[in-house]
Design a protein around this ligand. Structure first.
Ligand SMILES: Nc1nc2c(ncn2[C@@H]2O[C@H](COP(=O)(O)O[C@H]3[C@@H](O)[C@H](n4cnc5c(=O)[nH]c(N)nc54)O[C@@H]3COP(=O)(O)O)[C@@H](O)[C@H]2O)c(=O)[nH]1
Length: 752
């Protein structure tokens, strides 16, 4: 029979209190402990026992941190706790890291340590309380790291660095999970390595380049299905049939992959988490996957956009060839290499001879197709170490590197290029033969920097053009002189406009029935201060090429209108002044406005102005030409087609043109006496123009024979030396006076 010992009430109450206190201390999730002056555990709750890998609190009592942690950590705790004990200064809310002995994982603790006194107020140890703040710390880390990744994206850090950091971030948030990002390659058919900092490199290398398809592990399948693919057990999932052994070799048992989608829903890559355990992802892992795929999508899309911008900045969009900026870069690199290895670098400037004709007559689409085909042929002719670039229009530059120090190898390549480009090209079911002129400048002899080499190759190309086209020319000292002359001429035109060195001559146009002058063509002349009188053939092509024709053309138009108004104001019978318009002027956006403004400023009636457009200019873009011409025609300005017969007019287009006159080109008129073909063409043009209700004028008429033919074929009008060469404004005034009915004062001028 057991003896019941009855405790006094006070003792019972004390024991109960102790029991409750113990229960309270153990049930608190925080770590509570008391240590003596030697920092030895005197009291510890169950949380302390657990984190240190003990089953009961008794096992902790009597131990120090040196029994529980590595020396460095234990020394750190000891030093802090001794300071608290000796200084009696509490440490409040200190953050510290400990390793959870049960799991081996690091934990963040928020710890307070306070000196503990006995009933005599003497310090006998310390009380400690620590709270596990690992989850909060991870959230902070996630937020901070996300901000860093976003900053890296904004600062255009390399994509692989960004993705690597992103995967490491996710791995730092999770236990036992390895991340991987794969990227869709340019073909859209394969996944290539993006980032996998913790996966075994051998595994990453093997899956680099896997296909996107219905049964290609978790990633290939996720990219194919455009949805997450969760494989909880690689060993037993059919999607992994081809990769099962590989995964097992590296201890990978589960893989959850999610496609990375652009904001337009296009698959950019995949993000996968691997685990060594057979399991599905937790909620936290799923939500971290969402964060990762969103961030990765932004980084990848930005990189794609940057690559596109950079590509566009360095390439010609039509042909895909590098452009001028990349050419300078490549040429500089090649020149640096040359200094080291000592072979030559040659710059070949290529210009297509008859491209303008095809572009003008068949339109831009045909022109574009031709340029693409020629680019392809050039690429086929050069080695992979050489480079082909398009500067714009029909101008290309080829960089030939690693050449022996003689011109034979270059000549051989140029012959090859010439032959390849010269093969027929079929556009719109029509075969064209295109030829090219090429100029070569070689480093180090022909220039020490990229710009000089290109300019000298260009100058040599012009020499090849002058020599009859369809050939090539090496840069020489003589070409150098000519190139400088060209530059000087260009500078001269610029200065000549500013210094009023240009003037106009006027060539009468005569009605063949009445023999009367009804119009004059304004023809520009340049009185150069040193070189004397220069005819347009020597400066108009260069002015057209460089765009200076716009300023010069504006001046010609204004001067011609002013002069015609002056003749009228002087009482002479009103005539039309015809002004030549070049393509560069016609394409200038504000040109129509400037014509109208000139008429307003000079006071000339629009009906007394006719603009001469060449046939090829109009046929370049018939719709646009018709629109511009109609705008000006609506106020009374007339239009003539110059050099008719040399271009490539479509008859239906001709019908739609608001044109009042056709000018038969001089080249047909010149041989009217003896060339049956030219006679036939001239007769046909006269008949065609008249059937289209246009008047027809023959230009370049010099002989009686030509005139007789034109009369016999009922040509309406003529212009040429037979009647008069181009003359000064005074010369025209006299002619107009001469043909006017006599006035009482004998001048032929009417009273105003
Ligand atoms: N865009 C601009 N082009 C202009 C301007 N002024 C002239 N030009 C163009 O320059 C080319 C050469 O012109 P030019 O040396 O003035 O020659 C013209 C006439 O002098 C010449 N012509 C006239 N009659 C005869 C002749 O009987 N025989 C003969 N051998 N030549 C003759 O023809 C030229 C006029 O040609 P066109 O304009 O086609 O009527 C020339 O293409 C001019 O157009 C300008 O201000 N702007």
């Amino acid at each position: 029979m057991s003896t019941i010992i009855k405790l006094p009430n006070a003792e019972l109450a004390w024991r109960n209190e102790r029991r409750f206190l113990r229960a309270m201390v153990d049930q608190v999730p925080d770590y509570l402990f008391v240590k003596d002056l030697d920092c030895r555990f005197v009291i510890a709750n169950e949380a302390v026992a657990r984190i240190n890998g003990f089953a009961s609190t008794d096992e902790v009592i009597g131990k120090t941190d040196f029994d529980l942690h590595d020396v460095a950590t234990a020394e750190k705790f000891f030093e802090i706790e001794q300071r608290v004990i000796q200084s009696e200064q509490s440490i409040i809310d200190m953050e510290e890291v400990v390793v959870d002995a049960a799991t081996g994982r690091e934990k963040w603790l928020l710890t307070t340590k306070v000196a503990m006194r006995d009933h005599k107020n003497a310090v006998v140890g310390l009380v400690g309380v620590s709270r596990d703040i690992t989850a909060r710390k991870k959230e902070d880390l996630l937020r901070d790291e996300q901000a860093i990744v976003v900053e890296m994206i904004a600062l255009n850090s390399p994509l692989d660095t960004i993705l690597d950091r992103l995967v490491r971030l996710i791995e730092s948030q999770l236990e036992g999970v390895l991340g991987s990002i794969l990227l869709v390659d340019k073909t859209g058919k394969y996944l290539t390595h993006g980032a996998a900092p913790s996966l075994p490199p051998a595994y990453s290398q093997t899956i680099d380049g896997i296909a996107i398809g219905p049964n290609v592990g978790s990633c290939g399948t996720a990219a194919f299905r455009r949805e997450s693919v969760i494989v909880a057990d690689i060993a037993n999932d059919p999607l992994w049939t081809d990769f099962r052994e590989l995964a097992a070799l590296h201890g990978l048992r589960s893989c959850w992959s999610t496609p990375i989608l652009s904001h337009q829903g296009q698959v950019l890559g995949t993000f996968a988490m691997y685990s060594a355990a057979v399991r599905a992802p937790t909620d936290i892992e799923t939500s971290l996957t969402q964060i990762t795929t969103r961030t990765a999508a932004i980084a990848i899309e930005r990189k794609v956009a940057q690559d596109q911008i950079s590509y566009m900045a360095h390439h010609d969009m039509l042909t895909g060839l590098p452009n001028r900026s990349l050419l300078i870069d490549r040429l500089t690199q090649a020149m640096l290499q040359t200094e080291r290895h000592n072979p030559w670098v040659s710059v070949v400037f290529v210009d297509l001879d008859n491209f303008k004709f095809i572009n003008d007559s068949l339109g831009h689409t045909a022109g574009d197709a031709l340029l693409k085909e020629v680019s392809k042929r050039m690429l086929d002719c050069v080695r992979s170490t050489d480079a082909v670039m398009r500067l714009g229009g029909d101008e290309f530059v080829i960089l030939l590197t690693d050449l022996p120090e003689n011109t034979d190898a270059i000549s051989a390549t140029l012959h090859k290029l010439r032959t390849a480009i010269g093969e027929p090209i079929t556009i719109k079911e029509q075969a064209f033969h295109i030829t090219c002129s090429m100029g070569v400048a070689t480093f180090p002899h022909d220039g020490a920097d990229p710009e000089t080499l290109i300019a000298n190759a260009d100058a040599a190309m012009y020499k090849a053009k002058d020599a009859g086209r369809d050939g090539f020319q090496f840069f020489t000292a003589e070409i150098n002189i000519r190139a400088h002359e060209r530059l000087a001429l260009l500078d001269g035109i610029r200065k000549g406009i500013a210094r009023s060195e240009f003037h106009l001559l006027y060539q009468p146009q005569v009605d063949l029935k009445s023999g009367r002058i009804f119009a004059v063509e304004a023809l520009v002349r340049w009185k150069h201060p040193v070189l004397g009188l220069i005819t347009p053939i020597h400066f108009i092509p260069l002015a057209e090429e460089t765009g200076l024709i716009v300023a010069l053309g504006d001046w010609v138009l204004k001067e011609a209108c002013r002069q015609n108004k002056e003749w009228q104001d002087a009482g002479l019978a009103p005539i039309t002044v015809c002004v030549n318009v070049s393509a560069r002027q016609f394409q200038d956006l504000n040109w129509t406005g400037r014509v109208l403004q000139t008429l307003e400023e000079t006071g000339l009636s629009a009906r007394c102005l006719e603009l001469e457009l060449t046939e090829s200019l109009v046929m370049r873009d018939v719709d646009q030409a018709v629109a511009i011409m109609k705008d000006l025609q609506s106020v009374g300005v007339g239009f003539a087609i110059d050099d008719f017969g040399t271009g490539y007019s479509s008859l239906s287009a001709l019908k739609s043109l608001p044109v009042s006159r056709l000018k038969i080109d001089q080249s047909f008129v010149r041989n009217l006496g003896d060339d049956e073909n030219d006679r036939t063409i001239a007769a046909a043009v006269i008949s065609l123009g008249q059937k289209l209700n246009m008047r027809v004028i023959a230009e370049g008429v010099e002989t009686d024979e030509q005139l007789a033919f034109l009369r016999d074929n009922r040509c309406d009008e003529m212009q040429g030396y037979h009647f008069s060469r181009p003359v000064s404004s005074e010369g025209i005034e006299k002619m107009l006076q001469a043909q006017a009915p006599k006035t009482p004062d004998g001048t032929g001028k009417r009273r105003k």
